[in-house]
Design a protein around this ligand. Structure first.
Ligand SMILES: *Cc1c(COP(=O)(O)O)cnc(C)c1O
Length: 493
């Protein structure tokens, strides 16, 4: 299978090249030339496999230049032992017809682990094929969870270095502590003065700067990306939508071929795009429901066709979704409208911060997607409501999805069974979750973790509780204009 750039379909690369490069040199994102099809009969077969078996089947459709043995070792290395649930991504029934897909059972307690436990393994194999002998430098811009998950995935991986930038005031105390205490000889972490979009734009700029690339090449290094612009991040996310569907079939909740809806708390549009690809491949999904917090740029876009990032930026209690430029939307636009339109819309976005798609594209989008948003008060009320009525504790991001789904169901009457993606452990966002279930307090982060556990009778994942005793290794902060220098300093070039 070949991959093309969303901005120039004459750029054609292998899976290994797409994963190694991360982003196409003219700024486009790599997408499969054609999506493979999976029939209902094949889905029924997948239902009899475990997560590892399902992952190998789906990934082999996309990573066609990987051998079976290579895929086997990547998948097993990622999912065999690193997750606290043997199902890897367990499905929890909240009530009849409503299921929570728990994607936070990995080492950093956020859904980013689903992809970032396997990406370093894919990248090591891919760069061995596509860029032998080169040291891979991973640059990450994070809204909180990607940074830690990437650090954990890449720490001490041979022939790689990783540098993470996070917005100094845009992450939760637990997220910050997770990153600043990171162990490993090849890792570095730096705060930037600005928000996530500043971090992401800075990293994208460094990636596509020819002079910087030449300087790295002269030192035997090359950049790659662990952000969801990298195809190797997206493809493992397709797996768990198939897996969730298989669990519903295997558990007798639905029959193979029945439609489901999927609702995803969305920031950079990676997770929900993976669900869209699963649908396009043949997974029986009726609606993809895109849930946003007060940064509702996607709600507006998916309902009106106007993407306008010129708006107030809100720092919310669901910080991993505090994003105004959703990078992966470009891949959806490519699927629906082709590279010529993508080029002109992305140009308009870069120049004016705004674009509007044509009526046909909007109609196609609306056929597949519904969208909604909610604010912090509604998020907290949802956490409290779900906890009281179902004894289920969800994190702030998941609560946004639950609220938006409830609104969708109430306004449309669509009672198709739904899978709601749950993207983080509630203990990663203890302050807001505790306030929701127990009212305001003035405790410190770890006192809140303990109180949340006591009040809800749920236990805090060990890897979060243990952070209390870890030494801070990284406390630097730079301006958005000095990110380039921070990169050079870290690499010693
Ligand atoms: C990253 C993240 C999201 C948003 O996912 P996208 O793929 O960027 O849309 C939602 N919730 C949590 C907890 C996250 O870490």
């Amino acid at each position: 299978m070949n991959y093309v750039s969303t901005r120039n379909t004459d750029v054609k690369v292998s899976a290994s090249q797409a994963i190694t490069k991360g982003i196409s040199s003219e700024g486009g994102l790599f997408v499969p030339e054609n999506l493979p099809a999976v029939s209902v009969a094949e889905i029924e077969k997948l239902a009899s496999l475990d997560y590892i078996g399902r992952a190998k089947s789906i990934l082999s459709l996309f990573l066609t230049d990987f051998t079976e043995a290579e895929l086997d070792s990547c998948v097993k290395g990622a999912y065999e032992t690193g997750f606290s649930s043997e199902k890897v991504a367990p499905l929890v029934k909240l009530e009849d017809g409503t299921y929570i897909l728990e994607l936070f059972k990995g080492p950093t307690c956020a859904f980013k682990d689903m992809a970032l436990q396997i990406l370093p393994r894919l990248l090591t194999v891919a760069s061995g094929k596509a860029a032998k002998g080169t040291e891979i430098v991973i640059l990450v811009a994070t809204s909180g969870d990607t940074g830690k998950a990437a650090l954990e995935g890449f720490k001490d991986v041979e022939n790689t270095r990783i540098l993470v930038f996070y917005p100094s005031d845009g992450v939760s105390p637990m997220q910050k502590l997770q990153m600043c205490t990171q162990e490993g000889a090849n890792v570095s972490v730096c705060a930037i003065e600005g928000n996530f979009d500043d971090a992401q734009s800075g990293v994208k700029k460094i990636f596509t700067d020819k002079a910087i690339a030449e300087k790295l090449a002269a030192n035997g290094m090359a950049f790659s990306s662990a952000n969801s612009i990298n195809w190797g991040r997206l493809v493992p996310q397709i797996v768990y939508y198939f897996s969730a569907y298989c669990d519903l079939v295997a558990g007798g909740d639905i029959k193979a071929g029945d439609a489901i809806n999927v609702c995803v708390p969305t920031g950079n549009f990676g997770n929900i795009l993976a669900a869209y690809y699963a649908k396009e491949m043949g997974l029986p999904v009726k609606k993809l429901i895109c849930a946003s917090n007060s940064n509702s740029v996607l709600t507006e876009f998916l309902t009106t066709g106007v993407y306008d990032k010129n708006r107030e930026f809100f720092t919310t209690i669901s910080p991993s979704m505090d994003i105004l430029i959703s990078s992966n939307l470009e891949r959806l636009l490519y699927s629906m409208s082709g590279s010529e339109n993508v080029r002109s819309w992305m140009k308009a976005l870069a120049e004016t911060g705004k674009y509007e798609v044509d009526a046909a594209t909007l109609e196609a989008i609306k056929a597949d997607f519904a969208a909604g948003c909610c604010n912090d008060d509604e998020t907290k009320a949802t956490i409290a409501g779900v906890f009281k009525s179902k004894d289920y504790l969800c994190d702030t991001h998941t609560a946004v999805a639950v609220k938006v789904y409830n609104d969708y169901k109430a306004s449309t009457g669509d009672a198709t069974p739904v899978v709601i993606a749950s993207t983080a452990s509630p203990f990663k966002f203890s302050a807001a979750v505790l306030e929701a279930v127990d009212g305001k307090n003035d405790l410190d982060e770890f006192e809140m973790v303990e109180k949340l556990a006591a009040v809800t009778k749920k236990s805090c994942p060990e890897q979060l509780a243990n952070l209390r005793d870890k030494a801070v290794r990284f406390d630097g902060c730079c301006s958005k204009d000095s990110m380039e220098q921070v990169v050079f300093d870290m690499l010693g070039v």
